[in-house]
Design a protein around this ligand. Structure first.
Ligand code: ATP
Ligand code: MG
Length: 408
C-alpha cells in the first residue's frame, strides 16, 4: 500500500531500465506506511554517483555529496536525493562518516541506517524490503536500533537524539535495550557538532508532545544550563503549547524560562541557534518574567491587545498568550480572549503603533509643526488617542488634534 510519488517513480523506473537496482528508502517509506504524506522522497541505488549523473544528465544533477554517494536530481521542479548503496565508517567529526564504501547490496545499505522504522526500502517491482522488522515496529509503535544499539550509538552519538526525536514525532515507545544504550552513551554527545545537536533539538521540540521524550540523562549533556529540578515543570509547559515548526521558539522559551532572558539567550547562542530563534524565544521569556499572568490587567482587553501588538507581531502575541496559558491554565479563558482580540485587531488592520498612524512626522511638519524631538511626542500622543478610541485614525482629525497639541 505504498504509492510512489510520480517523480520518484519515474526516476526509479529510469534506473531500473538502465539495469540498476533502485528503491525509495528511509523516511518516505516509513511515512507512507504510517499513512502520512512524505515530505521528500529519498532514493537509493546500486548505480555509482557517476552512473547516476550520466543517466540523468549533468544539467539535471547537483553533485551534493559525491564522496558519500549522493547526487541530487531535479525533476519537475522538485529535488530528489539519489544515494548509492553504501556502508559507513565511524563519524569522528560527528558530522560525516570518515569513510564510506559503496556496496552492491540493498540490505547492507539498510543495515547502516539508524532505526528499524527508517531502514525499509520499496520498489514497485520488489515491494517492501524490510530485513529488520521495521513494519512490525511501526505497527507496535516502537523505535528500535538496527543491530547492536551500543555499537550504533557509539558510531554516531547523534543517533541518541534522533531516537528521542523520532519517538516524540510519532508518540512511540522506545525499545528497552535501545534506550538503555542511549542513556549509557549519552556523554558521547559531547563529540557531536553543535549544529547537528541544535537541529535535532529543534525537531524534537516541534513534536506534538515532546515532554516525556526530554530525557534528563540525555538533556544533561546537550543542555547543561537547565537545572534538572526544573525539568518536570518545563516538560508540562512544553506539552501545553501548540506543536509544529512555527512553535519551536515558544517551546524553547517554555524550556528555558527558569534561566531568565539573559540565561536563555546565552544557552541558545551556545547552541548556535539563529538570531531569529534567539530573539524569538528571549522576548517570550522576558514577557513571562516581567508580567506574570496574574498581574496581567484584564479590564480592558482591547487596550491590552493593542499594547502587545504595538510591541510584537501577531505570531509572537499568539505564542505569548499560549505560554501564559501554559503557566496559568486556570486563566485560559482570558488568554484565549486576549489572543482572539489581537487576531481580530490584526484582521481589521487596527492602528497599534506609530508607524501605523495615518500621519507621520513629515505630514506634521507640512502642517506647520517644528522639526525635532517634539514631533515624536506629538506622534506618541496621537497614538494614545487612537489606541484608546478617542480619535479615529484619519489624517484630518489627527492633524487637527496635533495642531491643538502643539499649541498647548
Ligand atoms: P525526516 O522526515 O525527518 O526527514 P528521515 O527519515 O528522512 O526523516 P533524515 O534525517 O532525512 O530522516 O535521514 C534520512 C534517512 O537516512 C533516515 O531515514 C535513516 O535511514 C538515515 N539516516 C539519517 N541520519 C542517520 C544517522 N545519523 N545514522 C544512521 N542513519 C541515518
Ligand atoms: Mg529526510
Amino acid at each position: 500500500n505504498i504509492v510512489l510519488e510520480p517523480g520518484a517513480a519515474a526516476l526509479l523506473d529510469a534506473l531500473h531500465r538502465a539495469g540498476f537496482g533502485a528503491y525509495a528508502v528511509g523516511g518516505c517509506v516509513r511515512d507512507s506506511l504510517l499513512g502520512l504524506a512524505p515530505h521528500d522522497w529519498d532514493l537509493c541505488t546500486a548505480a555509482r554517483p557517476g552512473q547516476v549523473m550520466e543517466l540523468f544528465g549533468e544539467d539535471r544533477c547537483i553533485p551534493t555529496g559525491l564522496q558519500h554517494g549522493t547526487v541530487t536530481v531535479k525533476r519537475d521542479g522538485k529535488l530528489y536525493e539519489i544515494t548509492t548503496f553504501r556502508t559507513e565508517g565511524r563519524y569522528s567529526d560527528g558530522r560525516h562518516p570518515d569513510s564510506v564504501a559503496f556496496v552492491p547490496d540493498l540490505r547492507e545499505d539498510l543495515a547502516r541506517r539508524d532505526f528499524t522504522i527508517n531502514a525499509m526500502a520499496y520498489s514497485a517491482e520488489e515491494g517492501l524490503c524490510d530485513p529488520f522488522g521495521g513494519r512490525e515496529d511501526l505497527a507496535r509503535g516502537v523505535v528500535r536500533a538496527v543491530g547492536e544499539p551500543l555499537r550504533r550509538f557509539g558510531e554516531d552519538a547523534l543517533r541518541i537524539l534522533r531516537l528521542y526525536r523520532f519517538a516524540a514525532r510519532f508518540g512511540f515507545a522506545i525499545d528497552e535495550a535501545t534506550e538503555a544504550a542511549a542513556k549509557q552513551l549519552a556523554a558521547h554527545l559531547d563529540c557531536v557538532s553543535t549544529e547537528r545537536i541544535e537541529e535535532e533539538l529543534n525537531k524534537l521540540l516541534a513534536a506534538p508532545q515532546p515532554g516525556a521524550y526530554l530525557e534528563p540523562e540525555v538533556l544533561a549533556f546537550v543542555l547543561p544550563e537547565l537545572p534538572p529540578e526544573e525539568l518536570t515543570k518545563a516538560r508540562r509547559r512544553i506539552d501545553a503549547l501548540p506543536a509544529g515548526t512555527e512553535q519551536v521558539s515558544a517551546r524553547w522559551a517554555a524550556l528555558l524560562l527558569p534561566l531568565g532572558e539573559t540565561g536563555a539567550r546565552k544557552a541558545l547562542k551556545r547552541l548556535k541557534c539563529s538570531n531569529a530563534r534567539i530573539d524569538g524565544a528571549a522576548v517570550l521569556v522576558r514577557e513571562c518574567g516581567e508580567k506574570t499572568p496574574d498581574t496581567l490587567d484584564k479590564c480592558d482587553l482591547c487596550l491590552q491587545a493593542k499594547c502587545l501588538l504595538g510591541k510584537y507581531d501577531l505570531h509572537t502575541v499568539q505564542q505569548l498568550t499560549a505560554l501564559w496559558t501554559a503557566l496559568a491554565p486556570e486563566e485560559k479563558a482570558s488568554f484565549d480572549a486576549l489572543r482572539a482580540e489581537a487576531e481580530a485587531l490584526t484582521a481589521q488592520r487596527a492602528c497599534c503603533r506609530i508607524s501605523q498612524l495615518a500621519v507621520n512626522g513629515r505630514d506634521l511638519m507640512a502642517a506647520g509643526a517644528a522639526p525635532g524631538p517634539g514631533l515624536r511626542r506629538v506622534l506618541e500622543a496621537l497614538l494614545e488617542e487612537v489606541i484608546t478610541g478617542r480619535l479615529p485614525n484619519e489624517k484630518t482629525e489627527l492633524l487637527a488634534f496635533a495642531a491643538g497639541f502643539s499649541a498647548s
